[in-house]
Design a protein around this ligand. Sequence first.
Ligand code: DQA
Length: 145
Amino acid sequence: MTAKTILIINGPNLNMLGTREPEIYGHQSLHDIENLCRDTAAGLGLDIDFRQSNHEGEIVEWIQRARDKHCAIGINGAAYTHTSLAIHDALKLCGVPVAEIHLSEPKQREEFRHFSYIEPTAQIHVSGKGASGYSEAIQKLAELL
Ligand code: DQA
């Protein structure tokens, strides 16, 4: 871990990418997305710490610790995007730039996906661009650093 490491957090069910509703989320696995993130960051002189969890509290703890270890956070909160005040509060105090990432465009889907607890805490928002959205978010974070 270096001072130039971006923490990429993936929330619940994103470990199932590739087989999970590919018509919505695409055919790429989370491992494919991790490789894409690493390649993008390497081209910018940055490192990536890529993680996934199905547990809200674990994600909160990762965000809390990021201020000491990471220069920025990219987060696809998945379903916790729409439910987690705890993740919202943690992101507000994290002290580093935040990018909100979604593979799909939640605001064009079911109404229960329209509200995001992450949105007001993030300086960058990328959605509806599939896996390439992760790459775009890393590039935009690099511009802020
Ligand atoms: C998602 C959108 C969320 O609504 C959903 O719960 C996910 C994935 C996306 O990347 O498009 O799990 O965050």
